[in-house]
Ligand binder design. Structure first.
Ligand code: GLU
Length: 423
């Protein structure tokens, strides 16, 4: 007898959640059963040991993963995270979300994700370099500009992308900038990549506000997380005249009823590494961020933060998922019943992978664009996807997440049916 769950090693909370979202959309769109079954599982997964010598001379082994969920529409694409919570099931869920995200934005990619289980904040720069290079070596056979293209994610940055590019290029024998995106501009990166995710989140919030017509001229915002996504989202929302009244990071929460001066806070965080100790505004318990009386909430940190236990506390009218998977399916239902407009992560935070795609295209054609070109092309794709999602959600009376998934899953399914099942 075949077991009920042939791939039970993937099972964890986040993977179950990603599969459940797919199952719900498959049912709603009457998806072909064979395609549905194939899409429930990642195509290829690699688990590697990553040994490095720490600065104190001790050798330590870290666990690394690379999961390719799907490659129907092209090479797989997705970031690499360095985090102490990284597990196979979580990486597989994130890879699945990348498939829907790329497809929704009409990028010629499937989805992938990678990660190394470690405490990056406690590691020196030279230890991180050895970790990135050895991890790259271990997953080398899986990646390449035509196969699978990594990028930054939580606690990885352009410096780490440069080491990945260098390690891969040394094995191949010549410079291969297109193997990874999110690189520094000096080694084949693109202008506008660092800010792309936050820019896209802010754009989606703006488009949603435009549709929902709230009865206020200066909508208020609370943001969970002040890393790359949270801080850049705050910067652009602030620039557009919204009032960012609360931000949190791992050390605590900062609240200012009159609105936080975001450029000033960003300068402070660059110097001190955290929002903690910022002289203006007041501190508050970061756990309470989601219950704040604001118009817009932006979870831009971890997965599974808005759950069935706390979703009833949300007072905002719009929630934009800057992070991947911050709202559980049960919480989603509660927010939907409360009439809250949720901009799903596969749309809201897609700006990063959109500009990654532009970087890859520029690397392949050896012709680089201005920042204005990058930003205008980014907004063009984001606006189109937003309108597609919004219109479909209104026409079918489904949530924006369901509409976004229907478009994302639908394109992959169509291509899968046309290509057929080999052999
Ligand atoms: N890690 C980002 C994401 O979750 C970016 C991926 C990419 O640029 O390939 O979308």
């Amino acid at each position: 007898m075949m077991s009920q769950h042939p791939l039970k090693e993937f099972y964890n909370e986040t993977f179950v959640m990603a599969q459940r979202q797919l199952d719900e959309v498959a049912k709603a769109m009457n998806l072909d059963a064979g395609v549905h079954e194939r899409l429930r599982w990642p195509r290829k997964s690699l688990l590697v040991s990553v040994p490095i010598k720490l600065d104190n001379g001790v050798v330590k082994v870290f666990t690394g993963y690379r999961v390719q969920h799907d490659q129907t529409l092209g090479p797989s694409k997705g970031g690499i995270r360095f985090h102490h919570d990284v597990q196979l099931g979580e990486v597989a869920a994130l890879a699945m979300w990348m498939t829907w995200k790329c497809s929704l934005l009409n990028l010629p990619y499937g989805g992938a994700k990678g990660g190394v289980c470690c405490f990056p904040e406690e590691m020196s720069e030279s230890e991180l370099e050895r970790l990135a290079r050895r991890y790259t070596t271990e997953i080398l056979s899986m990646i390449g500009p035509e196969k699978d293209i990594p990028a930054p994610d939580m606690y990885t940055n352009e410096k780490i992308m440069a080491w990945i590019m260098d390690t891969y290029s040394n094995f191949i024998g010549y410079a291969v900038p297109g193997v990874v995106t999110g690189k520094p501009v000096a080694v084949g990166g693109t202008l506008g990549r660092t800010e792309a995710t936050g820019r896209g989140v802010a754009r989606c919030v703006e488009l949603a506000l435009d549709r929902l017509k709230l009865a206020t001229d200066t909508p208020t915002v609370a943001i969970q997380g002040f890393g790359n996504v949270g801080s850049i989202t705050a910067k652009y929302l602030h620039q557009k005249g919204l009032k960012v009244v609360a931000v949190t990071d791992v050390h605590g929460g900062l609240y200012d009823k009159g609105g936080i001066d975001i450029p000033r806070l960003m300068a402070y965080v660059r110097e001190h590494g955290s929002v903690e100790g910022y002289p203006l505004g007041e501190t508050f318990d970061a756990q309470e961020w989601l219950a704040l009386d604001v118009d817009v909430l932006v979870p831009a940190a971890l997965a599974n933060v808005i759950t069935a236990e706390n979703a009833h506390l949300v007072k905002a009218k719009i929630v934009a998922e800057g992070a991947n998977g911050p709202i559980t399916p049960d919480a989603d239902k509660i927010l939907e019943e409360k009439g809250i407009f949720v901009i799903p992560g596969i749309l809201a935070n897609a700006g990063g992978v959109v500009v990654s795609y532009f970087e890859w295209v520029q690397d392949i054609q050896h012709l680089f664009w201005t920042e204005e070109e990058v930003v205008s092309k980014l907004y063009h794709l984001m606006d189109k996807a937003f309108v597609d999602v919004y219109d479909r959600s209104v026409a079918l009376k489904v949530s924006p997440r369901m509409a976004a998934m229907m478009i994302g899953v639908g394109r992959v399914a169509e291509a899968k049916l046309l290509r057929g099942l080999y052999p």
